[in-house]
Write a protein that binds this ligand. Structure first.
Ligand code: GLN
Ligand code: ZN
Length: 753
C-alpha cells in the first residue's frame, strides 16, 4: 500500500511565511526576500514528506494567502479594479486578498468566508459577465518543477472547477453553468502545461448536499477535462459524497479520494456500489483536522473493510494537513505523558509510513509500530473526573429549561431595569491598547506582582466605567482588560485544558490561531471573572454586564477530544460556565452576557445533519448555562455574524433575553426573517462595523436604526456596535459611541412623544 498526503501546512513551523509576509506588507523587505522565505518553506515541507517516505507528495499546495484565491488567479479570475492598479503580479494578488491603498489606487479586499466546517477562511473569487477564464499563471508548473529539481516527483494539486465555480460570487447575469466550456478548457490546458503524469484535483464541494443541476455541472466540467487522457485523482474531503458517489466512480478518474474520518457514509457507499478495480482508492484514514494520535487498531479494521471492496488502496490523510499545527517537536513544555497521545502534521507523516509498514507486514499485529500504538491506547489517560461525569450523566430535561417563560421574564426585567427605550450598550471589550498588553505580558513573565497587575486592570476598569458614563451608555461593561483571547482566558481557568507553545494553525492569510486542546473532563477550578465584574459593578449605578464565553464557542475553537462525544464535552463545559453564571448572579451582577461567537462554525455541511448531529446538543448546552438564574437576571448572548436566517428557530430557542449580532455589513435581510419567525428574543443588530477604522456619523446610525425599526418593535430593539471594541483605539471608540448614544437619544425622543 502506498501513502499520500493531500496538502501540507505552509505558514512555516516557526510561522516564517507569516512574519515575512507581514514585513513585506509593511514595506520592510522586497518581494525577492519574501519569495526566498516561501521557497524555503516549500522545500522544507517537501523534505519532511520525502524523509517519511510518502509516495504521493503534493505540490502547489503552497499559498501566499489562500489556495482558492490562487486558483482564481491562475485562471485569470481577477476583477478589473485589481488589474487596473497596474502593480506587480504578486501585489495584484495581495490586493485581492487584503485590499490596496497607495499610489496606484484604492481598492477593498475581496470578501472572505469560512472554508467548509473548518476555522480556515478562503477569499471569495468574483466572476463578472466579462470574466474570461484562461490560464494566466504558471504557479503549479513552477512548483512542480521546483520539486523535481530537488529530486522529488510530486503530485500537483488543484482546487477543481466545480468547487471554484460553486464558491465564487457572480456579479452579473452569468452563472456557473455559463463558464463550463472556458473553465474546463482552461483546466485542460493547465494540466497539460504542468506536464506531471498524475494530477490531483480537489472537489470538496462534492460532500455537500447536491442538486441535480450541481451534478450536471460537475459532469459537464469533467467530461471535457477527462478527455485529455492524463491521470487525474479526484479528491473529496470533509464528508462523504453520498449524492454523487455512483456518478463519480463511473467517470474516467485514475483515482478517487474518499474521506473515511468525517464521511459518515463513506464505507456504506463503498459496500453498496463497490469500487472499480482499475482505480486507486485514496482512503482518508489519518485525520487531517484533529491532533490526536491515530488508533492503528481501528484503522486496520477499517482498512480491512475497505479492502474488501477496493483492490488498490492508498493510505491518505482525510483532508489537507493545513488544519493541524506543524510539529510536536516545538512543544518543549508539555511532557511526554501528554504529547505521546498527539500527532501534528509531521507526526501524521510518521503515522502514514508506520501504517504502510504495518499493513505490508506478514503479521501486522506483531509489528513493533503496531504494538507501541496499541500500548498507548490501552494506557489509562489521566483525564477522568468522576464528579464531572456523574454531573453530566444525571442531567434532567428540566435542567435545560429556564423558568418562567420568556414573556414573563421580559415583563419582570423591564420593571427591574427600567431602561429607556432603545437601550444602548457595547459587546464587551474596550480597546486593548499597548499598555494593556504590556501589563499582561509583564505579569506573565513575572516582572510585576499579581497585585500590581490587578491594580493596573482595576484602574483601567475605573476609567472604562467613567468613560461609558460620560458617553451616556445605559448598560455598561468592564472592558475585558484581563483577557487576550475569549477562549484561552476561560480555558486557562478550567480543568481539562492543555495549552501549546507553537501549535499554530492558519485561520486566514497571515493570521494564525493556537487552539487549546481539550485533554480531559472539564470543570471550573474557581470563580474566573467575578472579581472584575464585581469591582466594575461597584463603581456605577448602571447595570454592568458580566461577560463570559459560551460552551459551544469554547469547544469549537479548541481541539476536541475523540474519546468522548462533542455533546458530552459541550455539556461538561456548559456546567463549568453555569457555575460562573450563578456566582456572578449571587455576587449581584444583574445582566450576564454569554458569547457564542462561533456557534455557527461547526454546523454540519449537510442540512439533514444540522439538528441531529449538532444543534440538538449545541443549543441545549447553551440553555444549560443559564437555566438556573432568577427571572430578574437578564441573559444576553452575542454572535459575530448575522447569517442565521436558516437556523433562526434554533437561535430563538437558546432562550436568551437579548441577542446582539453583526448586521451593519449585511443588507439587514435578517430583520425580515426575524418578523416572519416571530422572533421573541430582544435584539441588538450592530449599528456600525467595528472592523473598520471609520467613525460612523450620528445620521448614519440613526438611519440604520430607522431601517431596523421598520421591522422590529421599538420595545425589542437594543442599540450597540456589531462586536467587541478590542481591536480599535480609544480615539475611534469614543466618538463612535457618542454618535451611537446621540442617535439613540434622538430616536427615543421621537417614540416617547
Ligand atoms: N465579548 C467579546 C468582546 O467584546 C466578544 C468577542 C467576539 O464576539 N468575538 O470582545
Ligand atoms: Zn463578535
Amino acid at each position: 500500500m502506498k501513502t499520500s498526503v493531500i496538502g501540507y501546512p505552509r505558514v512555516g513551523a516557526q510561522r516564517e511565511l507569516k512574519f515575512a509576509s507581514e514585513k513585506y506588507f509593511r514595506g520592510e523587505i522586497k518581494a525577492e526576500e519574501l519569495e526566498k522565505t516561501a521557497k524555503a518553506v516549500r522545500l522544507s515541507n517537501l523534505s519532511a514528506q520525502k524523509e517519511k517516505g510518502i509516495d504521493f507528495i503534493p505540490s502547489n499546495d503552497f499559498s501566499y494567502y489562500d489556495n482558492l484565491l490562487d486558483m482564481a488567479f491562475i485562471l485569470g479570475i481577477v476583477p478589473k479594479r485589481y488589474r487596473d492598479l497596474g502593480v506587480s503580479e504578486l501585489d495584484t494578488y495581495f490586493a485581492m486578498a487584503r485590499g490596496y491603498q497607495g499610489s496606484a489606487g484604492n481598492v477593498k479586499a475581496l470578501p472572505m468566508k469560512k472554508w467548509f466546517n473548518t476555522n480556515y477562511h478562503y477569499v471569495v473569487p468574483e466572476i463578472d459577465d466579462d470574466t474570461v477564464i484562461k490560464v494566466s499563471s504558471d504557479k503549479p508548473a513552477a512548483e512542480y518543477k521546483e520539486a523535481l529539481d530537488e529530486g522529488i516527483s510530486t503530485v500537483p494539486v488543484l482546487i477543481g472547477p466545480f468547487t471554484l465555480l460553486s464558491l465564487s460570487r457572480y456579479t452579473g447575469k452569468k452563472k456557473a453553468a455559463d463558464f463550463i466550456n472556458s473553465a474546463s478548457a482552461a483546466y485542460k490546458e493547465l494540466i497539460n502545461n504542468i506536464g506531471s503524469p498524475v494530477i490531483s484535483i480537489a472537489e470538496p464541494c462534492l460532500v455537500k448536499d447536491l442538486s441535480s443541476e450541481d451534478i450536471d455541472l460537475f459532469k459537464a466540467l469533467y467530461a471535457q477535462i477527462l478527455s485529455g487522457g492524463q491521470k487525474i485523482i479526484l479528491r473529496t474531503y470533509f464528508g462523504d459524497i453520498r449524492d454523487c458517489y455512483s456518478d463519480v466512480i463511473s467517470l474516467g478518474f485514475a483515482g478517487i479520494g474518499i474521506d473515511f474520518v468525517e464521511g459518515k457514509e463513506s464505507l456504506s457507499l463503498l459496500k453498496k456500489y463497490g469500487f472499480p478495480d482499475d482505480k486507486l482508492l485514496f482512503a482518508g484514514v489519518v485525520n487531517g483536522k484533529n491532533i490526536w494520535k491515530n488508533n492503528y487498531e481501528k484503522t486496520l479494521s477499517l482498512l480491512t473493510e475497505i479492502n474488501k471492496y477496493a483492490k488498490n488502496t492508498v493510505l491518505d490523510t482525510s483532508c489537507s494537513l493545513l488544519h493541524v499545527p506543524y510539529t510536536l517537536r516545538s512543544e518543549t513544555k508539555l511532557s511526554d505523558e501528554y504529547t505521546k497521545h498527539f500527532a501534528f502534521a509531521e507526526e501524521k507523516l510518521s503515522e502514514l509510513s508506520e501504517l504502510k509498514a504495518i499493513v505490508s507486514a506478514e503479521n501486522p499485529a506483531e509489528t513493533p509500530e503496531y504494538k507501541a500504538n496499541i500500548a498507548i491506547f490501552k494506557e489509562e489517560r489521566d483525564c477522568s473526573d468522576n464528579a464531572v461525569k456523574e454531573r453530566v450523566a444525571s442531567i434532567k430535561d428540566s435542567d435545560f429549561v429556564r423558568l418562567p417563560s420568556f414573556e414573563e421574564r421580559e415583563k419582570i426585567q423591564k420593571k427591574r431595569f427600567d431602561l429607556p427605550l432603545l437601550p444602548t450598550t457595547t459587546i464587551g471589550s474596550f480597546p486593548q491598547t499597548s499598555d494593556v498588553r504590556a501589563n499582561r505580558l509583564a505579569y506573565r513573565k513575572g516582572n510585576i506582582s499579581e497585585e500590581q497587575y490587578k491594580q493596573f486592570n482595576r484602574d483601567k476598569i475605573a476609567q472604562c466605567i467613567k468613560l461609558q458614563e460620560e458617553i451616556g451608555l445605559d448598560v455598561l461593561v468592564h472592558g475585558e482588560y484581563e483577557r487576550n483571547d475569549m477562549v484561552e482566558y476561560f480555558g486557562e481557568s478550567l480543568r481539562g485544558f492543555l495549552f501549546t507553545e507553537k501549535a499554530w494553525v492558519q485561520s486566514y492569510g497571515t493570521r494564525c490561531v493556537k487552539p487549546p486542546i481539550i485533554w480531559g473532563d472539564v470543570s471550573r477550578e474557581k470563580p474566573i471573572t467575578t472579581e472584575w465584574s464585581v469591582y466594575a459593578n461597584s463603581l456605577t449605578d448602571h447595570p454592568v454586564k458580566g461577560m463570559l464565553t459560551g460552551p459551544v464557542t469554547i469547544l469549537n475553537w479548541s481541539f476536541p477530544r475523540e474519546d468522548i462525544s462533542l455533546k458530552e464535552s459541550a455539556y461538561q463545559i456548559a456546567f463549568a460556565i453555569r457555575d460562573e453564571v450563578l456566582d456572578l448572579e449571587s455576587a449581584g451582577i444583574s445582566i450576564i452576557q454569554v458569547d457564542e461567537a462561533a456557534l455557527r462554525e461547526k454546523l454540519p455541511l449537510r442540512r439533514s445533519d444540522w439538528y441531529s448531529d449538532y444543534l440538538d446538543w449545541a443549543i441545549p448546552a447553551f440553555r444549560l448555562v443559564h437555566s438556573g438564574v432568577k427571572p430578574e437576571t437578564q441573559i444576553h448572548t452575542h454572535m459575530c455574524y448575522s447569517e442565521f436566517t436558516d437556523i433562526i428557530k434554533a437561535i430563538d430557542s437558546m432562550d436568551a433575553d437579548v441577542i446582539t449580532f453583526e448586521a451593519s455589513r449585511s443588507d439587514l435581510l435578517i430583520l425580515d426573517s426575524l418578523i416572519q419567525n416571530n422572533f421573541r428574543t430582544e435584539v441588538g443588530p450592530g449599528v456600525y462595523d467595528i472592523h473598520s477604522p471609520r467613525i460612523p456619523s450620528k445620521e448614519e446610525i440613526k438611519s440604520a436604526l430607522r431601517k431596523m425599526l421598520e421591522k422590529i418593535p421599538v420595545q425589542k430593539l437594543w442599540v450597540n456596535p456589531d462586536c467587541g471594541l478590542k481591536t480599535r483605539d480609544t480615539y475611534e471608540t469614543k466618538p463612535s459611541l457618542e454618535n451611537l448614544v446621540a442617535a439613540a437619544k434622538e430616536l427615543r425622543a421621537e417614540y416617547e412623544n
